[in-house]
Design a binder for this molecule. Structure first.
Ligand code: SF4
Length: 475
């Protein structure tokens, strides 16, 4: 215990019974170690008999013997076991399971723990655990996950680590791990509003990390403080890493609970233009990309001439004098279109234009390619779906470990835009990536990395039906 408790069974029961009458619904005993409190079992007995409070317990398990579990049977809603390297948590879990007690495990995620986390979750599952709460380290920046660690944890979970368990994320992650799906849009922990902590020296504070606490005499004081001392109780905890502090986050790429993308359009009502084509080989697609890149530059520089018409003519396509002029090309009034080489494909994209000449699609066919997607005048963000696979025969592909490749994508081209991306294995020994509105430059960086990793790549593009999307719901 951190400090000597001033509570007795009688005084604790009096306050808790009054809190029950005032509308509190649950009490959770936590650390220090509640089982060292003299009279703990009697207190639990009386709470169960005399109040409507649900009673829970967080423990290191050292004193949670068979005898203790028999004594507590049917009285504790949930036992949470704090897993440390030096407590016999395996023995504790075995006892809990034997006694049929509902339990879960609390696990601090440190950089040292990450490499073995998947195996640890598997072991917890094998020991009968069905519920693991992952907690960040607060107050010790050196032990906390850095941004790369946060992304690695998110990637690990997204890749199915602990998939057989209920994995919960502690409220103190805040907007960290925003890559992962969430039940609630709010990222505030709720400390001081949805729960308060009552300390061993008869004070109330927002959470166990809070340095500041307020003295009270009885249950009515507690409720009065809860109602009146909102500024104190909803303040940051004052320790390193508390998300309420607003300090730079440890591991979130961008602090958002949901993805919203807004596009503003000028009065000429312009949108984006996409033409996605596939060619016989990656080399051929690279040649087409180079031709289109030169065309974009030439169209910017063109005076009286018409480089597009010349390009079409060279492929045997006759086009009118004014092809690519006026509203058909954003020359001089918006960013020029860009071509991006994606393996055997070419993505031709103008972020802001009225339209582009349809005859460029004809040119794709003339260059022995085909048009896969045309999105003319898209007002909403684009959704890119990339399928990646190792450039190996099918039977050899099965043995390729995908996790290092997924990590490399998270740590590389997706690092700065992780909130807008989702990555997972697919059923074909490959990797799927969903990416909201990548820019041509981001797409080039992605393709560079995936090529270096020995991955082939296929892109599909679509326009979202609106400005807001729940990427997780799309999987
Ligand atoms: S106030 Fe900070 S440290 Fe306390 S529970 Fe909330 S997020 Fe965690």
């Amino acid at each position: 215990m951190e400090r000597l408790s001033t509570w007795t069974v009688a005084s604790a029961l009096e306050v808790l019974a009054d809190l029950d009458r005032l509308g509190v619904t649950e009490v959770a005993f936590g650390g220090g170690e509640p089982l060292v409190f003299k009279g703990f079992f009697e207190l639990v007995d009386r709470l169960v008999a005399e109040t409507r409070l649900a009673v829970h317990l967080t423990t290191n398990g050292a004193l949670l013997s068979d005898k203790a579990l028999r004594r507590l049977r049917g009285k504790i809603g949930e036992v949470r076991v704090s897993l440390y390297d030096d407590n016999d948590w395996r023995g504790t879990l075995a006892r809990l399971r034997r006694h049929g007690q509902r339990f879960g495990v609390n696990l601090l995620v440190t950089p040292d723990r990450l490499p073995g986390l998947r195996a640890l979750l598997d072991e917890l599952r094998d020991l009968g655990c069905r519920d693991v709460l992952l907690l960040p380290i607060l107050g010790h920046p050196a032990l906390a996950l850095d941004p790369a660690g946060g992304r690695a944890l998110a990637a690990l979970l997204a890749d199915g680590a602990g998939a057989d368990l209920t994995i919960k994320l502690g409220v103190c992650w805040g907007e960290d791990l925003a890559h992962l799906p969430r039940l609630f849009a709010s990222s505030d922990c709720g400390a001081g509003r949805e729960f308060v902590e009552i300390t061993s020296d008869r004070r109330v504070r927002a959470c166990s990390f809070h340095a500041d606490s307020l003295p009270f005499d009885d249950a009515e004081d507690v409720v009065a403080l809860w109602a009146a001392a909102r500024p104190e109780l909803t303040a940051p905890a004052g320790c390193a890493g508390c998300p309420r502090s607003g300090a730079p986050r440890r591991s979130s790429p961008e602090p958002r609970a949901q993805v919203r993308v807004y596009s503003a359009f000028a009065s000429n009502n312009s949108g984006s233009y996409t033409l996605l084509g596939a060619f016989e080989t990656s080399e051929r697609a690279a040649e087409i990309t180079a031709l289109l890149t030169r065309l974009a530059a030439d169209m910017e520089a063109a005076g009286e001439g018409n480089p597009l018409r010349d390009l079409l003519a060279a492929a045997g396509i006759a086009a009118p004098e004014n092809v690519g002029k006026s509203d058909d090309w954003p020359a001089g009034w918006a960013s020029p279109p860009e071509a991006v080489h994606v393996d055997q494909q070419v993505w031709w994209y103008a972020p802001y234009t009225v339209t582009m000449p349809a005859v460029i699609g004809r040119w794709f066919y003339a260059m022995r390619g085909r048009v896969q997607v045309e999105l003319d005048h898209a007002h909403h963000p684009l959704l890119a779906h990339l399928s990646l696979w190792s450039d190996l025969p099918w039977k050899d592909r099965q043995g390729v470990p995908l996790q290092p490749l997924i990590d490399a994508l998270w740590l590389g081209p997706l690092a700065a835009d992780g909130i807008h991306a989702r990555v997972r294995r697919n059923d074909w020994a490959g990797i799927d990536v969903l990416w909201l509105d990548p820019s041509p430059e981001q797409m080039r960086a992605f393709v560079r990395t995936s090529t270096q990793l020995g991955l082939r790549c296929r892109l599909t593009l679509s326009e979202l039906p609106g400005p807001k999307v729940d990427l997780d719901a799309l999987w």
